[in-house]
Design a protein around this ligand. Structure first.
Ligand code: GLN
Length: 322
């Protein structure tokens, strides 16, 4: 049985209804500005590699991307420095620890992976440009291509991240101590905080995920965005580390490369098929969107999307739609 396009829109709407009354979890407040969002916001968006987009709820409501920036910054580092040089600064091992853990690999002194803050700060240090403005702009420009529209940084969230970011500062100085990042710590942190403060909506995240699924080409604009030789590196790390200390459970139950952020965004990639995004800012204790996890589980089950699904409906239904 192949779900057709109409079915996907129906399934997205039914899933939205099913979880619209779930109000578990709390919005993030450790970055004061994030505490101001409406906790009831909820959107689901699915973008197929043939350019069709299915959505329900507040799909055009903007929020900050937060940690969902991490796979894309990692992709940029791989493109700029190549695999070997990037691996000198950040590993690919799940940490089993919280996203903001102040911890490096005891042997190599590298951060465990680019999906936790330490790894993302190391990546930010690699992709920052000569000036703070140029580094942030290069990131925004790339994300605009992936989203297919103009994007901007939320100046208030950026200021709030920066003034409350002492834990990230501690992580950065620990890495400076071990020679993982260079001396320009404030420049590196500005790059990282700017990336996290990018304003996106749920549709943008779905298109960014679909761009990864579509071998680096935005499926709506048809613009090439990412060098596809590195996308498998990024998806592999998302699969094993994208949801921090929930990553094993996620791989078991959902089985898709994914990334969450404390702004309430979550995206998942069905390779060569779909980008899935959810926005719902109430988070669980591990900093992942409660409804984001529920929705992805539901869609993965209903559409047969788990990477190791035997019936494997998900691997062929988009072709069937085209
Ligand atoms: N900007 C946030 C931080 O560094 C991102 C964390 C997240 O989304 N998990 O703490």
């Amino acid at each position: 049985m192949m779900p057709d396009a109409l079915n996907i829109q129906d399934i997205v709407e039914v899933t939205y209804e099913k979880f619209s009354h779930v109000h578990d979890g709390e919005v993030a407040t450790y970055i004061p500005e994030l505490g101001k969002v409406d906790p009831n916001d909820f959107a689901i968006c699915v973008a197929a590699v043939d350019g069709q987009v299915f959505s329900a709820g507040d799909w055009n409501k903007e929020f900050t991307i937060q940690s969902v920036c991490k796979p894309f910054a990692y992709q940029m580092a791989l493109e700029e420095l190549g695999r070997d040089r990037t691996l000198l600064h950040v590993g690919v091992e799940p940490s089993g620890e919280a996203f903001n853990s102040i911890e490096l690999d005891p042997l190599t002194k590298r951060p465990f992976n680019p999906m936790v803050n330490a790894g993302a700060i190391a990546v930010a240090s690699l992709i920052k440009k000569d000036s703070k403005v140029a580094g942030a702009r290069a990131f925004v420009e790339r994300m605009q291509l992936a989203a297919g529209r103009n994007l901007k940084i939320d100046a208030s969230v950026l200021a709030s991240e920066s003034s409350s970011g002492n834990r990230n500062r501690a992580i950065a100085y620990l890495m400076l101590n071990f020679g993982i990042i260079d001396e320009d710590v404030s420049h590196t942190l500005h790059q990282y905080f700017s990336q996290c403060s990018l304003l996106v909506n749920c549709r943008d995240l779905a298109l960014m995920a679909a761009t990864l699924a579509n071998m680096g080409t935005n499926p709506v604009t048809r613009e090439p965005v990412f060098d596809f030789q590195y996308i498998k590196d990024v998806l592999a790390v998302m699969f094993t580390c994208g949801l921090y200390d929930h990553a094993g459970e996620w791989a078991y139950r959902v089985g898709l490369p994914a990334k969450s952020g404390v702004g309430g965004g979550l995206l998942a990639v069905v390779n060569r098929q779909l980008g899935i995004a959810v926005y719902s800012p109430r988070l669980d204790a591990k900093g992942n969107s409660v409804r984001g996890i529920l929705v992805c589980k539901e869609l993965a089950n209903r559409l047969g999307l788990h990477a190791f699904e035997f019936t494997n409906v998900g691997s062929s239904f988009v072709q069937a739609m085209m």
